[in-house]
Unconditional design. Structure first.
Length: 751
């Protein structure tokens, strides 16, 4: 197209403008090569958004392509639809995805978190799936010392609760972790899970010359403009100036959009549908066109707007929430319009599908921008980079850790209770009570707590186990091993619930990719995640990468811990054989399954009590881990155990307390005489789980265990409420409850 100087939106734009928009000089040259001419301002704005890290994955896609992306239950090519899709049998599929909303939540916690929830749910129902469960993975600074971190946490939790509760999807689980590295850069990762009939799945595609293109849902405003670009740079002291890049959510509008979309999915009137997330109209028009090898003519002046006089590039790049793009079969327009009229939602035809492969945007009849769809999308014309890697010096330092130089405390009871008071270990009830976990009445894990959230599939009688897991401290200590642990813990949580993993979605949170040490961490994490996912036969169905979680000031240059959050779904074939974690009755035997080693590296105990933050990742053996999971499923399905809980953060002591709390029971255990007592109680070596066995089932349990290759150890028995370790009184369960449940409310009561 020819550029003019009469309209600022179509005025020629040079390399200086490109740099201001976040593009590199060489990227500007590539844009000129693609277009065969100089771009105008609007076109450069389009490339700036679509070639941002947030949309293009230009610094990560080469690594991501090494992850396992195939499996027997996978129904959609990884990363090619709005969400991952796996077969769960009986003609049903599970759609699931996790994404970050870190940068918006850093500067406006309430709306940042709320719109993260809204966006991830839209990814699910644009596929024709009804969301049935939500999870979240959150990271904050030290709430016991930092008012800023408490402000982040209050806003984020309220934003998630207010939006999710109003929208009507239960929160089934999640995780929260605290460390000073997250003080400026909190992490807010939201996951949504839905189900859909396999023959009713909607694709994010476009084809058929002349088919009309509709924008549906909310009106378009100036909120969220350049949100994708904002998410692709470091948080600095001037980041509050980017507040307009934070979107504003409306859960009630989203609920209407959900019901209208699912009603639309029951017809055969549509070609494809996509959520308008990052980069708004630009992203959905280009990605749908590229996938269908088509083009579009879009008339921006037809888009319903909330503010008068919006410029073309503002309409194109707005990330206003609760909007979707729908391509309709020609001749079925009235049918689609009637559905959205019924739900009192905008449904406006803004363009048509073409067969030229170009996206042409018009404003009042004037051609504003013309760009090849393929040039904008992941795997198309967007640039791909392999950044410099350098192993950090701290990594070698970690390996020098010598546990023998760490003195064992004289008062283990005091240490045990202090661990329960750590926000990383303590009850997260202050958070979970702000979420509605019982809406839709299919949550099976609220009153019978289990390691993974469990939702009843009323349509089939099966259960869907869902979890999110990652210990950033482990990953920082050893990115390769730490990433394998994150995948393994997710699979272990599903196994402890009685399920088998089906697939993985991930949210990869890192610092600046141009920092060679950060990029080394990223590459190592991808390798570890890939190896673990292949071992558990869990394909990576999609997710997102969030770089630039990096604080840059005159005095500090601090990336967050590398935090590859793993979202995993698994299937429990018979919900009558699900497993909860709570001790059931006095006298039951308590067994520890898995290999016990003298190890407390990277544990909360080592960092909190001994103030040592340089050590390797905890003990981990992938083969041992797999054998444990298989054995847990056998024990659960044979009905020879009545409780199962994995050993993770806080070690064995924390696991036992968490099993005792739900019914107010206790335990009397003996530690392994060959392992120092603090390591046995507080070490976080992987591949272990605690199970409870009724006396009547002990013989059957022992027969199965002795025939297996999984080490096991009798710890002791369940008591009425006393806590006893090696014949030493550790108080009563109500003493532990007071500390465990009071720690976070106490911290959050500070202003």
């Amino acid at each position: 197209m020819a550029t003019t100087t009469h309209n600022p939106d179509t005025a020629p734009a040079g390399v200086d403008t490109a740099k201001k928009l976040g593009l590199l000089p060489e990227e500007y040259d590539k844009i000129q090569e693609i277009l065969g001419r100089q771009p105008n301002f609007t076109e450069l704005s389009i490339f700036s958004a679509m070639w941002s890290e947030h949309c293009s994955y230009k610094n990560s896609i080469k690594q991501l392509k090494t992850l396992p992306r195939s499996g027997p239950k996978l129904l959609a090519e990884a990363g090619q639809e709005n969400a991952g899709l796996v077969d769960i049998g009986d003609g049903w599929a599970c759609a699931f995805k996790i994404e970050s909303h870190n940068h918006p939540s850093a500067i406006e916690p309430y709306q940042g978190a709320a719109t993260g929830v809204g966006g991830i749910n839209r990814d699910i129902f644009t596929m024709g799936a009804r969301p049935i469960a939500q999870l979240n993975s959150l990271r904050f600074g030290d709430i016991t010392k930092e008012a800023r971190s408490r402000w982040h946490m209050r806003g984020v939790v309220k934003g998630i609760g207010d939006y999710g509760n109003a929208f009507g999807v239960p929160v089934l689980g999640g995780e929260v972790y605290f460390d000073p590295c997250y003080t400026t850069n909190p992490l807010v990762n939201a996951m949504s899970v839905g189900i859909v009939r396999t023959d009713k799945v909607i694709s994010a595609t476009s084809h058929g010359k002349g088919n009309p293109v509709f924008i549906v849902g909310s009106s378009t405003g100036k909120d969220g403009i350049h949100g994708a670009s904002f998410a692709s740079k470091d948080i600095t002291e001037t980041s509050m100036d980017d507040l307009p890049a934070v979107q504003v959510g409306d859960p009630f509008m989203e609920k209407l959009l959900l019901e209208a979309s699912l009603e639309l999915a029951q017809t055969d009137a549509i070609i494809g549908m996509q959520d308008m997330g990052a980069a708004g109209i630009t992203c959905s028009t280009s990605e749908m066109s590229a996938k269908g090898e088509a083009g579009m003519d879009i008339h921006l002046d037809r888009v319903p707007t909330r503010q008068a006089g919006m410029r073309a590039w503002e309409i194109l790049l707005s990330e206003s929430q609760e909007r979707m793009l729908v391509v309709v079969k020609k001749g079925r327009e009235a049918e689609v319009q009637a559905i959205f009229d019924k739900w009192d939602l905008n449904c406006v035809e803004i363009g048509t599908v073409t067969d030229c492969g170009q996206i042409r945007y018009y404003m009042h009849g004037e051609l504003i921008a013309e760009v090849p769809a393929e040039s904008l999308v992941l795997g198309g014309g967007a640039p791909v980079y392999e950044r410099e890697q350098r192993e950090p010096a701290y990594f070698a330092e970690n390996k020098k850790f010598n546990a023998d130089k760490v003195e064992q405390p004289d008062d283990l009871r005091a240490v045990a209770y202090d661990l329960l008071a750590s926000p990383n270990i303590a009850s997260k009830r202050w958070i979970s009570e702000q979420y509605d976990s019982m809406v839709r009445t299919n949550n099976m894990s609220t009153n019978a707590p289990s390691d993974a959230g469990l939702v009843l599939l009323k349509e089939t009688g099966k259960g869907l186990a869902v979890t999110v897991d990652c210990n950033g401290r482990y990953v920082h200590a050893d990115p390769y091993t730490g990433a394998m642990i994150a995948v393994s813990e997710a699979a272990r949580n599903i196994a402890c619930t009685g399920g088998e993993p089906c697939g993985v979605t991930n949210c990869l949170n890192f610092g600046n990719p141009y920092d060679p040490e950060v990029y080394w961490q990223f590459a190592q994490v991808i390798k570890g995640m890939g190896d673990a996912c292949r071992a558990f036969e869990t394909p990576v169905t999609g997710g997102n990468v969030s770089f630039y979680n990096h604080t840059v000031t005159e005095k500090r240059n601090i990336p967050v811990f590398p935090t590859p959050t793993i979202g995993m779904v698994g299937l429990v074939p018979d919900v009558n054989k699900r497993m909860s974690l709570d001790f059931k009755e006095k006298g039951d035997f308590i067994y520890l399954l898995g290999k016990s080693v003298e190890d407390f590296a990277s544990s909360e105990y080592l960092v909190r009590h001994h103030k040592i933050d340089r050590s390797p990742a905890p003990f981990f053996d992938l083969d041992e881990e797999k054998r444990l999971h298989t054995m847990l499923l056998i024990l659960i399905r044979k009905g020879v155990i009545n409780a199962a809980h994995d050993v993770s953060d806080g070690g064995l002591w924390t696991s036992l307390v968490e099993m005792a709390l739900p019914r107010g029971l206790g335990f009397d255990i003996v530690t392994d005489s060959e392992i120092r007592e603090d390591a046995f109680l507080f070490g976080e070596g992987q591949g272990r789980a605690v199970v409870a066995v009724n006396e009547a089932q002990e013989t059957a349990f022992l027969d199965l265990m002795q025939a297996s290759r999984v080490p096991f150890l009798l710890l002791g028995h369940v008591t009425k409420g006393k806590l006893v370790v090696d014949d030493a009184p550790f108080g009563f369960i109500e003493d532990a409850r007071k500390v465990y449940e009071g720690a976070i409310p106490k911290a959050m009561s500070e202003q």
